[in-house]
Structure formats: C-alpha cells, structure tokens
Design a protein around this ligand. Structure first.
Ligand code: BV8
Ligand code: ZN
Length: 248
C-alpha cells in the first residue's frame, strides 16, 4: 500500500484532524515563501532581518513598507485547492482545526474557522509603544509598485508608531494561541503538516509534539522533511495537488 493510500485511510478514519501549515501552502497562491528569493526592493533583504523589533526601531519605514507590500500581495492572492481541504474535511463531520505559522488570511477566505495564528496576522496593526490595536484607512494601505519604504502611521492614543500585529523573532508567541494549539495538537488522531521547513521554534516542535501524543503525522512538502518515525507518512508533492487527493 502506498503512503498516499495509508494517509488517506488515516484521514478518513480519524475523528479529529489538525492541519499545521507554513508558507508552502500559500506558495501556489502566489505568495513567496521565506526561502524564495524576494522580488524588487526587497530582493536585497533577508526576511529574518526584517522580522525583528530591532529592524523596526532602526528603519520603521522599511519594515512597515515591507509589511504593506506583503499585505497587498495577500489581498491580490486567492486561496488555492489546498486551503479548501480543511473545510471540505470538516463538512464530513470530523473535528478539523487549522494551526498556521502564516500571517495571511487565505485559510479564513477558504472557509476555515477558528484558525490559530501562532505568529499573528497581517489583518490588524497595533501600536509599537502602547500595543493598542489600530485600524488603517484605505489610503494608509496604498502600495506603490513593488513596494517602497513608507513611514508607519501614528497611534491615536499615544502617537507611537504602528507596527504589524505579527510575532517577530525573539518575541513570545501569543499565549492563548499557543495554549489552544497545544490542546488541539495533543488530542488529534492525525496531524497534517503542510508546506513548512520546520526551522522556526517553538512552532517547529508541533509535529513531534503530535507524534509524542500518539497522532499519525502526515507531511506534505515538495521535499522530504520526515523525522524518521514509525507513525509518519511523507507525501512529496505540491500542496494543491496532494491535499485534495487525500479526500478521494
Ligand atoms: C521565541 C511572523 C522566545 C512574521 C515569523 C537565537 C536567538 C534568539 C532566538 C532564537 C535563537 N535561536 C532560535 C531562536 C528562536 C527563534 C527561531 O526559531 N529562530 C530561527 C531563525 C532559528 N524563534 C523565535 O524567536 C520565536 N519566539 O522563541 O520566543 C524567545 C524570547 C526571547 C529570546 C529568544 C527566544 C518567534 C518566531 C516567530 C517569527 N515570526 N513569522 C512574518 O511572517 O513576517 S517566522 C516565519 O518564518 C513564519 O511564520 C514561519 O514560522 C517561518 C518560515 O517557515 P515556513 O513557513 O516553513 O516557510 P519556509 O519558507 O521556511 O519553508 C516553506 C516550505 O514549504 C519548504 O519546506 C518548501 O519545501 C515547502 N513548499 C514550498 N512550496 C510548496 C511547499 N510545500 C508544498 N507545496 C508547495 N507548493
Ligand atoms: Zn500607542
């Protein structure tokens, strides 16, 4: 029996399933992954250097401009067939959850509810100084061409600079998100890890936490990312082809 067949049987016989996703699930929607070469103005920057409070302090316009550009890319993108699979599986009566490292809203736009964003989201900015959530006007969301440095808007309460409400390196993950993810991951029968290189912790520990709790782990990736465990299946291929095939 092929890994694909074994994975499909595991999914169809599971009561609760968690989809744990990374940038690879949005790649076929046109959103570059962190390993892809960035385009335009951003080509000369390393994402890991832009995703820090230090980078924002040093050059708020560069970091704010990068996130505006990424938010613009997300609004231009459409969920792909992979994003639709969790809600299709939920429609068969199973308990299905999505825990994502991504800051885009493609899971929600594909019909998933209660998505756990471990690293925050592009949807709402907050104040860098007082952390108050903020709303942006349409003109504050305008992106020129391929992106440029843009001075961040100011907080209405304390006049501090606005920042994206995402988790930067060396920042703690939102406590509620992590707690909810742990409840889901330690009680599911199957965890499907889709499009993640497993580099950034503590999110990268999730597949092993699920294995340790007795789940079957199914990896979906263009390359072999398996951890060499007996309860693991490695499905090599693109998310938008492999995931729908699991429901057949
Ligand atoms: C923390 C949000 C406690 C923002 C992100 C040394 C000093 C200080 C800290 C550390 C250190 N060493 C380790 C750490 C911890 C650090 C960390 O892990 N660093 C890494 C670089 C080693 N983690 C943290 O700092 C975290 N906080 O630990 O707090 C603390 C406190 C103080 C001091 C220390 C610790 C916070 C991390 C959160 C960072 N924010 N995102 C934003 O998006 O801008 S991380 C970001 O990068 C993503 O969210 C994601 O997590 C990660 C990228 O990973 P992937 O999603 O997997 O994407 P990637 O491009 O890597 O891979 C894509 C995969 O898809 C590939 O495998 C590819 O083959 C596959 N693929 C591509 N196309 C397809 C596909 N698969 C299927 N189909 C396709 N079509
Ligand atoms: Zn403020």
């Amino acid at each position: 029996m092929s890994d694909m067949q074994r994975a499909s049987i595991a999914l169809q016989s599971a009561r609760s399933v968690v989809f744990f996703t990374g940038a690879g699930i949005s790649a076929e929607s046109g959103i570059p992954t962190f390993r892809d070469k960035l385009a335009g103005l951003w080509a000369r920057y390393d994402p890991q250097r832009l995703e820090t409070a230090e980078a924002f302090r040093a050059n708020p316009a560069l970091v704010w401009g990068w996130y505006l550009w990424r938010r613009h890319q997300t609004t231009q993108a459409q969920p792909n067939a992979a994003h639709l699979v969790p809600s299709r599986l939920a429609a068969t009566g199973r308990q299905v959850s999505v825990v994502t490292q991504n800051i885009d809203d493609l899971h929600e736009r594909a019909g998933s509810v209660g998505v756990v964003h471990l690293h925050g989201s592009l949807a709402h900015p907050k104040c860098f100084a007082c952390h108050r959530p903020a709303e942006l006007s349409e003109e504050q969301l305008v992106v020129q061409g391929d992106g440029e440095e843009v001075e961040p808007p100011r907080c209405r309460r304390c006049n501090g600079k606005l920042r994206p409400a995402v988790v930067w390196f060396k920042e703690d993950l939102p406590r509620t998100a992590w707690k909810t993810a742990m409840e889901m991951v330690t009680t599911c029968q199957v965890l499907v890890s889709v499009g993640t290189s497993g580099i950034v912790t503590p999110a990268a520990d999730i597949p092993e936490i699920a294995l340790a709790a007795g789940a079957t782990l199914i990896h979906v990736n263009l390359e072999d990312v398996s951890l060499d465990n007996a309860n693991e299946l490695m499905l090599i291929g693109s998310a938008s082809e492999v995931l729908p095939a699991l429901l057949k």
